[in-house]
Design a protein around this ligand. Structure first.
Ligand code: MG
Length: 347
């Protein structure tokens, strides 16, 4: 088994603003896992929130040696080996996990969805994310998102009420709200939630900072909207500690190290009666299609990273009005296009 990788700059359709900052280019690392004449593709979309960058991902890939494993079928051993290298580097580890699962699907000639035996007859519709913006740009973005039946709105600034009032002048669609830890005072958070309760909101994601879990428990008791943990839940071991403060968890492949860990988290959350959201970073179709393969297990898919960009290096996943249509291809269901093929490998 050997690895090759490329850095690729995803170009955003619009400058993307959340409570923490803004970006117009999102660099990722695309991994190729070569074994037995088959290439498995994976993607690492690092987030500075979790101390990662493309530089740390590449550094991690230079540290690891997969030659000691016989094949990607040794998934558990490979992932446990990656965990032994460092505590963080979750998106770097996710890149390998996705490549392993893509490889396995291709080797067996089935999609990941079939590999897991999912029933794809009933699938939830994905939300479409609108970042923070000026009133004029918000208006434009919501018009552009006309085909998407569920919007996800980023709040967590001074102007939250005005933002929602403005949106409600344009559309009455159901909204998901993500405060990205932006409400730092519990009384303020409650005030915002009380305002949102009669605004056709599906849920509120991460209302308060991750280190204010007691305040979030207090908030949940008084809130009539479901609260979903994002920054509070990175991996499996976090779930039991937040079960009293939230109604659901937002699993992100990049936070949890990939599909193997995501499946463990899904089963644990179901056992604790928590709803399952799956979110994403700004990602190409590689990672978004990986999430879409798990769609039958998700209550609230939020897998729109690939439609927020203009230069997707992979083809195979279609987002039709928020319905994620995976291809019939095996593995993750995607193949590189010319944009990927013309990008050089990193040494
Ligand atoms: Mg979030």
């Amino acid at each position: 088994m050997n690895l090759k990788f490329k850095i690729y700059n995803l170009q955003l359709r619009h400058v993307f603003r959340i409570a923490r900052g803004e970006e117009s280019i999102a660099p990722i690392v695309i991994v190729e896992l070569h074994h037995d004449g088959i290439i498995g593709y994976g993607e690492a979309a690092p987030s500075s929130r979790y101390g990662e960058s493309v530089e740390t991902v590449v550094k991690f890939y230079h540290k690891i040696n997969l030659a000691k494993f016989n094949s990607p079928f040794e998934t558990d051993s490979i992932m446990n080996y990656l965990y032994s290298i460092s505590d963080g580097d979750t998106s770097a580890k996710c890149g390998i996990d996705l490549a392993i699962h893509d490889w396995i699907g291709k080797k067996l000639n089935i999609s990941l969805s079939n590999y897991f035996g999912f029933d794809r007859s009933k699938l939830a519709t994905s939300s479409f994310t609108i970042g923070m913006d000026s009133p004029e740009m918000l208006f434009k973005k919501i018009k552009e998102a006309d085909d998407y039946p569920i919007l996800k709105i980023k709040l967590g600034s001074e102007n939250d009420e005005e933002t929602i009032k403005l949106i409600r002048k344009i559309t009455d669609k159901p909204l998901c709200v993500d405060a990205n830890e932006g409400w730092k005072d519990k009384n303020l958070a409650l005030e915002r939630i009380k305002f949102l309760e009669d605004q056709n909101i599906l849920f509120v994601e991460q209302p308060m900072p991750a280190n204010q879990i007691k305040d979030t428990e207090w908030l949940r008791e008084k809130s009539n909207l479901p609260l979903i943990a994002d920054e509070n839940v990175l991996s499996l071991s976090d779930i039991s500690q937040i079960a009293n403060a939230f109604d659901g968890i937002n699993i992100k492949l990049m936070k949890c190290t990939g599909i193997r860990e995501a499946m463990r988290m899904i089963h644990t959350a179901q056992g604790l009666n928590l709803k399952i959201m799956m979110g994403c970073m700004i990602e190409s179709s590689i990672a978004i299609s990986a999430g879409a393969q798990l769609l039958p297990m998700l209550n609230y898919p939020d897998l729109d990273g690939n439609v927020l960009i203009t230069n997707d290096p992979f083809d195979g996943l279609i987002n039709k009005n928020g319905n994620l249509l995976i291809s019939n291809r095996p593995g993750l269901g995607v193949e590189p296009n010319e944009k990927y093929n013309s990008t050089p490998y990193l040494k």
